[in-house]
Design a protein around this ligand. Structure first.
Ligand SMILES: Cc1ncc(COP(=O)(O)O)c(C=O)c1O
Length: 443
């Protein structure tokens, strides 16, 4: 049954008079009549202004790892408010949080804070360039590293004809084309291509900027051998390994992807799960590299290490480090995948999962994708159509198949039951739409 979105639709008409697309971020616009406005989030559920309730698997693109309005984190944030905000001076808590981060992520020998993932990655790239004295960098096709010019090059895979090389395009108007020449692209899980690129660009590459579980591309995962091989190639060619753990950090393991794969970065960035949604991010890395900050490399920002976000981070990291929250999250994700498989297999629908149980991608092909190009041959039209029905059924996933499902520690048995009920309805509705010719097939 379609939801009643009367109030959201009405609010959209008002909002669009003052806000482009009626929202505060392009990604929040889901169409004139499907853009929803949130009243509140509690635990793993969100309520919109029409009173529709959803089990949420977007979690604001990952941050709400303990669930919305977490009492302990929010109490800590209130205590942070009492500290007074920002002073353009340091506080003692910065050190305490840095100690916790270094304990959880051993490659984070030294730590600096920023406010968003984008800001942290920008700082990390600047640092890598300064340390190596080189300007160019390598990124994986399909990855996302934030909204700044150097990272805003993407492959419009929808348009690719599955032969020849896909185009690399700016992700937005307003990006100087000259910036493109610094970026080189490789496909995930192809060490030969990586080494060829190192050879071809000898002495010009500052870093390999890599998200080993691609949190904006289904969760396509590097094989452990690929990441270890990439680490070895970086060492061989004198290139820094910059692991972007904005999404995976403190989520897939206490020490993030670096712990899962037992690979240490030279520079890493951590953000979403640091403070359960309060704005703070981290750029961290090897001491020798990080000491460049303040010795020739600029880093700062008015709101950096705001007392509210920092206090929330201290509490959130304590919980992630000292309780079984991450184990419970992974367990829920595993049971969700099992439940989905039961529904899909009963209908003979080929599928697989990618990523990690805490951030999982549902992929409509029997073999999980090895790189972004393989996504093109999956039945993503089925996913996208199904997602619309899921929203109507009270299950909030991203409308685009390339964003994984995020699990929080607040997802419980009732969430699982509601989700699997909605999932079954959505799968059947999508099958019906296809049988009646309303839905094209990809793959
Ligand atoms: C891997 C990665 N890096 C960087 C960013 C940018 O973070 P933010 O949106 O906080 O600027 C994101 C955001 O989704 C991300 O997933």
């Amino acid at each position: 049954m379609p939801r009643d979105l009367t109030r959201s639709n009405e609010h959209f008409k008002k909002a669009v008079t003052r806000l482009p697309l009626g929202v505060a971020s392009n990604f929040r616009y889901w169409g004139d009549d499907r853009t929803i406005y949130v009243k509140q989030g509690r635990g793993a559920r969100v309520e919109d202004i029409d009173g529709n309730h959803y089990v949420d698997y977007r979690l604001g693109y990952g941050p709400a790892i303990l669930g919305y309005a977490h009492p302990e984190v929010d109490a800590a944030a209130r205590e942070g408010m009492d500290v007074g905000g920002v002073f353009a001076l340091a506080t003692e808590r910065e050190f305490r949080v840095a100690e916790r981060i270094s304990k959880m992520v051993p490659a984070a020998e030294l730590v600096r804070y920023s406010n968003s993932g984008t800001e942290a990655v920008m700082a990390g790239l600047r640092l890598a360039r300064a340390y190596t004295g080189r300007d160019e960098y390598i990124i994986l096709e399909g990855s996302y590293h934030g909204l700044f010019d150097a990272a805003m090059w993407y492959t419009p895979m929808e348009k690719w004809s599955q032969s020849g090389e896909p185009e690399v395009a700016p992700y937005s108007q307003g990006i100087p084309l000259g910036v493109r020449s610094f970026a080189h692209f490789v496909q995930a899980n192809d060490l030969n291509q990586l080494e060829e690129t190192f050879k071809r660009t000898a002495g010009r590459i500052a870093c390999l900027l890599i998200e080993p579980i691609m949190g904006n591309c289904l969760g396509i995962a590097a094989d452990p051998e690929y990441l270890r091989g990439a680490r070895a190639l970086c060492d061989k060619y004198g290139v820094l390994l910059f692991i972007d753990e904005v999404k995976t950090g403190f989520r897939v393991a206490r020490g993030g992807v670096q712990q899962l794969y037992n690979v240490h970065a030279d520079i890493c960035t951590l953000a979403k799960a640091v403070a359960n949604g309060y704005p703070i991010s981290v750029v961290a890395g090897r001491e020798e590299i990080m000491r460049k900050f303040g010795k020739g490399v600029a880093h700062g920002g008015t709101y950096t290490a705001h007392s509210v976000s920092l206090a929330a981070a201290e509490k959130c990291l304590e919980i992630l480090d000292e309780t079984d929250a991450l184990e419970r999250i992974a367990d829920y994700g595993t049971r969700l995948m099992q439940g989905m498989t039961k529904v899909l297999s009963a209908r003979n629908i080929a599928h697989s999962f990618v990523g990690h149980p805490s951030m999982l991608g549902l992929y409509f092909d029997a073999q999980p994708p090895r790189n972004y190009r393989t996504w093109k041959s999956s039945d993503y039209a089925f996913y996208d159509a199904m997602a619309q029905v899921l929203h109507d059924e009270g299950v909030l996933c991203e409308p685009d198949s390339r964003e994984p499902w995020f699990i929080s520690a607040a997802h419980d048995e009732s969430c699982l039951n509601d989700t699997l009920k909605g999932f079954e309805v959505a799968v059947d509705a999508t099958l019906e739409a296809r049988a009646s010719g309303q839905l094209e097939k990809h793959g």
